[in-house]
Design a protein. Sequence first.
Length: 202
Amino acid sequence: MLVRFMMLLTLAFSPLAHGSGAADLLISLLLNIESLSARYEQVGQATSQSGQFWLSRPDRFRLTAVAPISQTIVADGENLWIHDQDLEQVIITRLIDEAANIPLLLFAGHPKKLKGTYNIELFEDENLQHFVLSPLDKTSAIGNVALSFVNNLPLRLAFQTAMQQRTVIHFHNVSAAPVDAALFDFQLPDNIDVIDDRPGSD
């Protein structure tokens, strides 16, 4: 679906800007988003899920998946916590080790670094701005990323992995209102298995 989406952009529109022009516009949009929350629907090649997320710069987010799996993922700026309710398990890793594999962090990361990481093109139709990000590092686990904005807020995020697996995430009820910082403070449940993959952990 991502390939088809990008092909449609290429066939229907010539890029209005690329390189620094497109990057500067995307960076400006992202810098204006200090916080973000939305319901989401994620569609992949073999699986789909839905839920809600909240994020705040820098590098903090909470995602709660409700169907078909029950999972909570929290990044507090330093650590990443993945709580699988069905398995009654929590996995802890350093966020820096996983950040490149989490496209959602584009909204909560450091926008000015995009210029050194991606080649960026801008396409527009009547109502939407579409940015296509191609990684400069061709060994990256995440390949091309497409971001669509309407009224300066994200509407859709699509990406493709190095293994050609495609995922599209649609956002609903998007809000840029401040988010309660307590959402990014993960509390370990009682009687849960913990796998701590951080360096130096026993």
